[in-house]
Design a protein around this ligand. Structure first.
Ligand code: AMP
Ligand code: GLY
Length: 423
């Protein structure tokens, strides 16, 4: 089978590695992929948002199955366009990808169908939003309606910060049209859990839970990033909690999307907060998380391509989705300065002994040498019988990977270990 994967980050690298385990897969093309992915797939320089050329490539190359991984092509209708040409795809159509593409849509959906989430108000007028803030409880959370590279949510600890966020999003148009509308929502507290789930629109099969580390610095300090590391499973997410989430959140969400005529097929990402009043949805993503995928897929024991095809064909109920009873940790190695400005072009050395544990996110190949080209450069994943073992093994592997100006958090998994002790 000839497979196409749209995207070019660490998440796509992890997806490609797993797809390669299927003996029927003869070739994988990554559009555009990256210098590290080139080890595992044929990279083609077509941007992940260039739908027209993606479709043309898929038709010309007689692709048997396509995986659309990032949010923007999904929201732009990449799956719709490929499906129209008869190419089966993994991922939701645009009318379902809106669950991530518009916060206003997802909040209204949850309100309409009684799915637990933070209380909120929607505004399309900056003056009204600023007036509302004068009487709103603080801290509060301001969210741009549309996609904003994961930077569209601002947790404001003071009234001034909240007003500043409204002005930047609505008046200065920091995120462009994504900020035409905003959601102002109740500030919630509790541990956060990421749950990625396969769904064919009929049943939901959650993957092993995970925990992201979004801040750049140790002890959750510094700026928000795309994610500096992950562990799985998340010790805060007990079997009882999983059962409650299935009943109150996962199944109701799938049912709500069906009711709206927006059946969701693919991977639905539930960003949850386990609040003192029960689990609530912080956000939905219409795709695999990054860097959650780099800990979740290495633990998957079932064949990824078979499961993906089952979400497309509507046969997920009879398709097993099994995970190893082990732990995983992924430490992201970034360029010094990320998430702000950083230098590029440093040579990366990855010893052969750990090459299969490295998922490359931001690197190019030049004359056979891998060079840094992004803020998040790569992730190093290790498995272990215990969470401690997984953490230790991934840091050991990190020590053998080198590029100038590399920085990484030293405490990935520390919060999870603490939660485990308190249990
Ligand atoms: P989002 O982009 O919606 O995932 O939000 C980014 C981060 O902001 C989340 O991972 C949370 O840590 C935080 N956050 C979002 N919404 C809330 C909320 N209602 N209460 C507290 N923290 C929040
Ligand atoms: N790790 C969070 C995300 O993928 O949006």
């Amino acid at each position: 089978m000839r497979i196409l994967v749209v995207g070019g980050g660490g998440r796509e690298h992890a997806i490609i590695r797993k797809l390669r385990e299927n003996k029927d897969v003869t070739e994988i093309f990554a559009l555009p992929g990256n210098g590290g992915i080139a080890r595992d797939a044929t990279c083609v320089p077509i941007s992940a948002t260039d739908i027209e050329n993606i479709v043309r490539f898929a038709v010309d190359e007689k692709i048997d199955y396509a995986v659309v991984a990032p949010d923007d092509p999904l929201v732009l209708g990449c799956v719709d366009a490929l499906s129209e040409k008869g190419i089966p795809c993994f991922g939701p159509r645009a009318n379902a990808a809106i669950i991530e593409g518009s916060k206003v849509f997802s909040k209204n959906l949850m309100k309409k169908y009684g799915i637990p989430t933070a209380a909120y108000e929607v505004f399309d007028d900056a003056e009204k939003a600023l007036q509302y803030l004068d009487t709103a409880p603080i801290p509060t959370v301001i969210k741009a309606d549309g996609l904003a590279l994961g930077k569209g949510a601002i947790v404001a600890m003071t009234l001034e910060e909240a007003k500043q966020a409204v002005r930047e999003i609505m008046q200065d148009k920091k995120f462009g049209k994504s900020g035409d509308q905003i959601v102002i929502e109740e500030f919630l507290t509790g541990p956060e859990v990421s749950v990625l789930a396969f769904t064919d629109g009929k049943v939901v099969k959650p993957m092993v839970s995970s925990m992201d580390h979004k801040r750049a610095g140790d002890n959750d300090t510094g700026l928000n990033t795309g994610g500096m590391g992950t562990i799985a499973p998340n010790p805060c997410y007990t079997p009882a909690m999983a059962e409650e989430c299935m009943k109150t959140i996962f199944l109701p969400t799938i049912e709500a999307m069906n009711q709206e005529g927006r059946t969701f097929q693919g991977c639905l990402y539930f960003g949850l907060m386990l609040t003192p009043n029960g689990p609530k949805v912080i956000e939905y993503n219409c795709r695999f998380g990054d860097p959650e995928t780099q800990v979740v897929l290495p633990l998957l024991r079932s064949d990824l391509l078979t499961v993906m095809q089952a979400t497309t064909n509507g046969t997920l109920a009879e398709t097993p989705v099994e995970f190893a009873d082990e732990n995983a940790c992924c430490v992201i190695m970034a360029s010094k300065g990320y998430p702000q400005s950083y230098e590029k072009g440093f040579a990366i050395t990855i010893p052969e002994a750990v090459a299969d544990q490295v998922y490359v996110a931001g690197a190019v190949l030049k004359d056979g040498q891998l060079l840094t080209s992004g803020g998040r450069v790569l992730g190093v994943t290790a498995l272990g019988k215990t969470l401690e073992d997984a953490i230790q093994a991934s840091y050991q592997a990190v020590q053998t990977v080198h590029f100038d100006n590399a920085f990484y958090r030293r405490d990935i998994g520390a919060r999870a270990l603490k939660a485990q002790e308190e249990k």
